[in-house]
Design a protein around this ligand. Sequence first.
Ligand code: F6R
Length: 590
Amino acid sequence: MCGIVGCILDKKVAPTIIESIKKLEYRGYDSVGIATVTDTINVKKGSGKIKEVDDEIKLTDIDGNIGIAHVRWATHGNPTKENAHPHCDCDNKISVVHNGIIENFKELRQELIQEGHIFKSETDTEVIPHLIEKFMKEGNDLLKSTQLAIKKLIGSYALAVISTEEPDKIIGARNESPLIVGVSDNGNFLASDVPAILNETRKVIYLEDKEIIQLEKDKVTIMDINLNPLEKEIKTIDWNPEMAEKDGYDHFMLKEIFEEPQVIKDTLFESEKIKEIVSKFKNFNRIYFVACGTSYHASLVGEYLIETQLGIPTEVILASEFEYFQKTLDDHTLVIFITQSGETADTIKALKVAKPVSETLAIVNVVGSSITREAHHVIYTRAGPEIGVAATKTYLSQLICIYLLVAHLGENEELIEKLHSIHELSLESFDREEEIKKIAKRYKSAKDFFYIGRGFNYPTALEGALKLKEITYIHAEGYPAGELKHGPLALIEEGIPVVGILPPGASYAKTFNNLQEIRARGANMILLGAENDTQIDDVEDKLLFNSTIDEIIAPLLYIIDLQLLSYHISVEKSIDPDKPKNLAKSVTVV
Ligand code: F6R
């Protein structure tokens, strides 16, 4: 994961670059560092979140108009100051920030040590400045030396390099880790993701694997791996800087939950495009969804919808497990990849397996991300930038796209009409926020939680439980309602909180009975159900939804309350929900 930024201005660069890297903190917050080039390489770095490190060592207190910065999600080496990027060569003349993993770093490190290079960290990255040093000492310039260095690397990288030998430029390169170029009249930028540059420019060039960039104050040169110049299109992003700000909310996560009604509206605008894509599909006799984490849960809702509404056999496979299914692919299979970031390494890898054999469709939030350039068809979720590490509004936007896809595949006008009623209904979640806060206070000290749902709302239970685990560190399990009696019921004891998801519909009666079985074992039930449901009158903790919300559309609405519940428990426990420990938003390692 990790995030990198490189920036050239005609004024002191540090304040701009630190503001930029803050926008990438969702990618990692184990450590932060900045390097600028003057007549020396100036480095400031430390372990911890940007604010903590900045309070201690004043990251912006560093001269130079050209600089690079990094936030780290540790892979090789503990999250210490020594392992924090940027990393330098032996003579402190070259400095590098890197996102990705160099798989052959051990061999390279050994060779370089034998040649006399001295390493100061345990990271895989540090081989890069030493390799560049070696090639520069052989008489090559910075660009050529970087090219020669990356030709030796096996693995993934997005990197930015500066050197005192050529203090007017930044060299960048990418392979299997995201990197974009931002261009403006005031300077030029390199970054892992668009939010980092939104305050400075909306003009973006997306880079492909094995491309190399030379960034100068008034010039950007993009080359292939052999340094042949390439013509690249400059795209204008329709996101604005405010979208990447907290806007008065205490946390990005809360802001992003409150944005959900608008996201529903915006994503519904994709209906015509989805219809057009569907019209190009041939007849499939099987559908696979491939995704990770929250996107996997959105896919599960898709499975229930497709199988019940269209009768097409559908399977959801975790991206990291997909390679074991590759022999079952054929040209009558549609493989749908769901990913917010479009950069998840497991999902990219799976797409590369599926694409030569089957038709592929990607449902992605980040425009121009790697997956959008690989898949045969792309649907964009219109959620805008999501900064909170826990996915919220993007989950909802993925669901809207999936529902639209199913509606168009089945020419189901009734479902499309229903989707247009979701926006109004979603606003009602915020009327329940005070009740949700009370429940959060009551259960903030729980050690375990169960989330129970059936059919379309089994994935809602899984996603509710995942949100709770991620941002409150409470152990939580999502289960299909009928499955508890086959084992997990043994864990139900007096006072354990169980979230029951009980919308009206065909599965209501069975789910109700299962929840009664759990209550009978002493669990404290937190019920999400219809406001006209008199059978749940005696449940103390209830979140009551509009009775028109049936079990088919409930996944789009009940989840908002569950996101709010996790958020408020997190806040009650004084955890920062935007930056849960050990996690990062964009998972670019397999
Ligand atoms: C959970 C969360 C993760 C992601 C997963 C896949 O809140 O955000 O589980 O859903 O890492 O990421 P994308 O969707 O970017 O492929």
